[in-house]
Write a protein that binds this ligand. Sequence first.
Ligand SMILES: [Zn+2]
Length: 847
Amino acid sequence: MPRFLLLLLLVVTATGAQAQGPALIAEYGAPGTTGYNSVIPTPEAVLGYRIGERHTTPAEAVRYVQAVAEASDRVVMAEHGTTFGGRPLVHAFVASPAQHARLGAIRQQNLRLSEAPETVTDAELAAMPVVVYLGYSVHGNEASGTEAALLTLYHLAAGEGPAVERVLDEAVVLIDPLLNPDGRDRFADWANRWRSPTAPTADPQTLEHSEPWPGGRTNHYLFDLNRDWLPAQLPESQGRLELFHRWRPQFLADFHEMGSESTFFFQPGIPSRTNPFTPPSNQPLTGTIATYHARAFDQIGQFYYSEESFDDYYYGKGSTYPDVNGAVGVLFEQASSRALERETRSGQLTYATTVRNQFAASLSSLEGVVAEREALLRLQRDMYREAPAIARASEVAAYVVATDRYPQRAAELAATLHRHRIAVHGLAQSVEQEGRRYEPDAAFVVPVDQAQARLVRALFERTTTFQDSLFYDVSAWTLPLAFGLEHTGVTRADGLVGDDWTPPNPGRRVGGEAAYAYLIPWGAYHTPRALYRLQDADAIVRVAFEPFEAAVGGARRRFGRGTLVVPVEQAEVSASEVHRLMDDAVADDGLEVIALSGGLTPEGPDLGSPSLRLLTKPTVAILAGSGASAYRVGEAWHLLSERMHVPVSLIDPARLKGLDLRRYTTIVAAGLSRLDEPDTEALKTWVQGGGTLIATGAGAGWAAKAEFLAATRDEPTPDSTRRPYATLNETRGAQQIGGAIFEVALDTTHPLAFGHPERIAVFKTNEQFFEGVTPGGHDVGIYTEAPRLSGYISEPNLARLSGKAALMAGRLGRGRVVLMDFDPSFRAFWYGTDGLLLNAVFFGGLF
Ligand SMILES: [Zn+2]
């Protein structure tokens, strides 16, 4: 901003004020504020520095919120979760003391807008406070948000005058000052560490400005938390969703940063890229509130834009999820200084300025929300009033989901739906559809006609037609496909909907204590966890390469390929320890464990047959560093370590040539796109010596190119059509597969597919097309003839994908190579294909 204007503002705010508050507030001016209560500590008083002078760490931010909550009768602090890194997730409620006294009643009344919208009259709306959620810095290295949160908290706690009083009286403000403490800690530590306190530099090339891989954007396991609002698999989101649905805000602001050369962005964004399940009245109201931001930025001379980029299609983002919950979600994007000060082509950008802008947007949001209070409350009530009509417009009345074959995945899906306040019921009577019978004790039902009708449809429907062919994020997330569960839509739900569904515990022992051996069928979600626990205890475990029958409880029962066989008499482990490990598999992993008293089978190989192959305990490393996608690395790490309790070494791909790779049986190249020649050679030598390389997503393309496996790729013919310059982006973008769901036929006789169904849904985010590895190797998974299940893909690409290889396996020297051209553990909610990665880890050395 021009210096004279800054001085003018300083003068204006200083006159007549008891105290002008922190410098950045004074700089912005905070219109309508007459002064600040000196009882409330400023950030400087608690932290010892002024906001904008350094990067506030998560611990410091929490300390400040606590200090304000202790001093103020307007603020209450509470926790809503703990991160993987053990850091608390906190929020502050801000309201007038009178509103605080009746907070419980306010919440109950507010919930009626969504739960009993018919009962809320216009007169009631006129008297209700609006609930506002201000969420800051979900991306840890977009740091200015959290600083602005602290200023906003101070301003609301200490501010005096009509503007603050109106907000306190007419709104309940939930401030979530740091949505991603683990990521912020990495970033703040880095930025603070490489700065000279005496003579800082604005050079964008200095370390302070260039974070090392993986950066602070993501959480502990390298997930983008601003994609997890819908999958809801991570503790940060689970805690936040609980808070969100407890309060059902009418407005949510999500504070981000973008490239340093940009200006400032606020929504509405691009109308054609709004999800069709967002109510049509949402965009105009977002546009009305945008006029408040525009006015605030006009006053301080800050440039901005509001109708391009950043779509509102994927409900997994913080500014889009509210739209399907009757709220207005607004995305703010501030040009990032990345550190304290930074050269840009339009002049020096300081951290303090970015914080000031986020603070300005916080205040303009509050001003707009209070002014549009009734319209916001009405939007939410009316959206929920429309739920029966949304359900009537659906061809499907209810979704029936099978729970028998994969009960743990079904329980996880139901838990995910519950996080979104979607009701899940037992199936009251059997249904036959598409040649499959769903039985009451083996399925649950999700009726569309419920308060969250829009969200049910958005989560269950398969989308194959789109208004726009460009996507800022994925184009599909159909949940029952992601969880790999058989399901169907029924057109009439009469008589089908039973009581609330609670997942049965599938864990059980069959046949008590075994005299000879135990069998554990392969395929249940947590079986690999039980297997690793057994192997870690030095137990001998074999795996069946052929199906067989065994006498169980006087009857013959068939066991498929992949069944684990655990002898009771072991060299290293006592029989009592084997029995105890089986108790763990039942109790902790929810598995079915079958006791056998002898090894002779009525049909198929006997238990001592060579087709029951001995398993070795995997020692796993993941290539984690520059050249690998941090998201894909994090997904594999999280699956193995967090869910399966398998320790993983994260090794730097740039140091491979100097490492002793012989200590690993298995190395995962998840989303690896490049590797230097000497490191590639070191990896190849290791595979040739007997290692198993698993390359997923873009990593499959890299491994094929580096000739780990002779997998030919079908390269597209370049499009030579001459087109107007202005349409180039659109034309190129339309050929991208930003993320869609495809059907793959699996060869379930191959160990990589043991325990899986013959047709499986995979999630693909790249444009590689493999012809396959036959005859040199084995094409275990092939895209079906019409592979698109849900999501956007151009017609030419869809035609090319048909019949291509998705999962390939082959030998290199004494080792094995597995290529998956999809992302098996995408965003931690692709339970349906996690097993393919785990099969490769546990059975990869056997084919
Ligand atoms: Zn961001």
